[in-house]
Design a protein around this ligand. Sequence first.
Ligand code: ADP
Ligand code: ZN
Length: 726
Amino acid sequence: MPIIRVAVPVPMRQLFDYQHTGCELEPGVRVRVPFGRRSLIAVVMENTQTSEWAIDKIKFIEEVIDQEPIFNASLLKLCSWLSQYYKHPIGDVLHSAMPVTLRKGGASEAKPIPYWSVTDLGQQRDLKSIKRAVKQQQLLDRLQQADVEQSQIRGEFGPAVVKALLEKSLIVATEKQPTIDRDWLQHLCMGEKPLPNVEQALAISSIEQKHGQYACFLLEGVTGSGKTEVYLQAIEPVLKQGKQVLILVPEIGLTPQTVQRFKLRFGLKVGVLHSNLSDNERLLVWQQSRSGQLAIVIGTRSAIFTPMLKPGLLIVDEEHDGSYKQQDGLRYHARDLAVMRAREEQIPLVLGTATPALETLNNALNGKYQHLILQQRAGNALHTKQHVFDIKNQPLQYGLAKGMIERIRLHLQEGSQVMLFINRRGYAPALVCHTCGFVEQCQRCNKPYTLHKHLYKLQCHHCGSAKSIPRQCKECSGQELVAMGVGTEQLEQGLGELFPDYLSVRIDSDSARGKNRLNEMLEKINQNHYQLLVGTQILSKGHHFPNVTLVLILEVDGALFSADYRAAEHLAQLVTQLAGRAGRAEKPGEMWLQTHDPGHPLLQDLINNGYGHFARYALLERQQANLPPHSFQALFKAQALDARQAHQFLQDVAQLYQHTPDIACIGPLPALMEKRQGQYRMQLILQSGNRGALQQALSQHISAIEALPLGKKVRWSLDVDPQDFM
Ligand code: ADP
Ligand code: ZN
């Protein structure tokens, strides 16, 4: 009798052995197993003959759920790699990699589809005999010719008509297994396409040359340089071979327009995966991709786990985007996973962006990735000219210098739109007592509350807690409480006062909440309904604003002087992305950055020499400072009500690595955000010049770390290749 070794979704690293009375089970099949007093959904990893447990101690599998594996060999390998690399329990990795309904034990096969059919009586019934009920007659007529899906009938006829025929026993509910239609290749039709320019043609043919093998490309080109067109033309020969394409896009860059562009070009259905889908909608795309019915799947981060029957090409658009890194639980990076997946599936991968992450650029410069560059902006649009604006000693109105207000006026008068970027939502980042200077703070995070006038609230942006706006100062009972600093809400209101003849719109996570709000706002912007666009990060992601000719960043100094070594890289990406969203051929754009340090070398490099130059210089700086990508990091975080416990736990971790060669321990130190939700937060960075050494060091002690007695008293986590040190 075989012993089945399975991965169980529990926070333990080992596999577990079960007996099974039948034959061996294929790896990747789900089974239900008894675990403690629970019954859990596990995934078969291997079959063996021997176990370290006595045979009478090994429990039996309760149920085999799948006929066929839900993870094929390459996805299983990918998940195993992920588990090892990020030091995350394999059972939990596999659970995260499957659609929610499958985690609960739901069927992996498509559900039967409900139909209406005629009974024998209904088939023989003369239509004329129900002449007085026209609708019933029409429905019976339809069903006499063929069975029809219930969902379709519901829309066309309504429940009363159906009920009437049911009561006369003329029709009956039936079910049909959905047919698997892999014939999209026959429907493939090519929409019109432009002739690629020289750089595009080179990129397209380079990618095509690598069909059927692993290769990774960095496709670097400013917005509007025709990257999407390269994707489309690189996809074409893949589809013609009957192979599938998986495209990853950032969280909020996935708009109906993007999907439409792929649909229109190939005349095919496109599977879409994003966080707003129901569990069943997700499952359906998963099923259709797995069975080869979908030629193209577009999705956000977790779509990287979508199975494909015949994978042909992987694309990660805006590869630098932060949303590809999961920041809690299983802290994986979907771009890095895409590289592993392409390798496993032996297919090419294209990483596209105007502003490559320094990690990616480094891999392109050292030859690991093939570097494809698009320098021309398609349609000959001019590059947006960038300038700094010195705000030292300048009075600011709603965060705007006088010179900038005049510039805004000029552009508006010319009939253009103006975009203003500010990194803070809400009305103001703090509320201060004008008499004594007291600032109202969140007690749980030790940070000022943000004032939200719309909501009549003070809200902490770190823990979400909120309270009503006080009428007087807690310290001195002073009545004059003033808003300090500027947020999106205040800027929007201020623009209304400064430019009463123009309409403004605010785009931040407060205003863009809800399924279609963002798309509606974007559409109205493109119809020129609004002339002033105020927003946060969202503005920089994936949307074109051709009528915007002035982009203003209210403040860049925070990023220039941040303690986070990635802050400058992120600022440069933001500036370049925002600049790329604006202007077009007839109306070149300009961009202004307000700063107290106009001579800052990073700023000067960026605006004079562009992102590419900046990034190469930043890479040199990272090298000199021995920071990623020239070294590798793992971040241990710990938090507790008592700061000393968090500190001691990390001290104990550091102790384990004291004599490990090639590993440097930095910390324990307080996190950039020292307190949050009442918990004190500490961190410890392990760093090495050698990825293998770091990996080995982590593996060597992870069990010992899990066994540390303080580990039960503090909340701790491990983040391999951390992106965020907050
Ligand atoms: P990106 O993805 O880099 O922002 P797109 O592929 O969306 O760029 O191209 C920008 C615009 O230029 C689109 O309207 C696209 O149809 C057009 N375009 C791209 N390549 C060409 C080309 N070779 N000839 C003419 N128009 C092109
Ligand atoms: Zn708080």
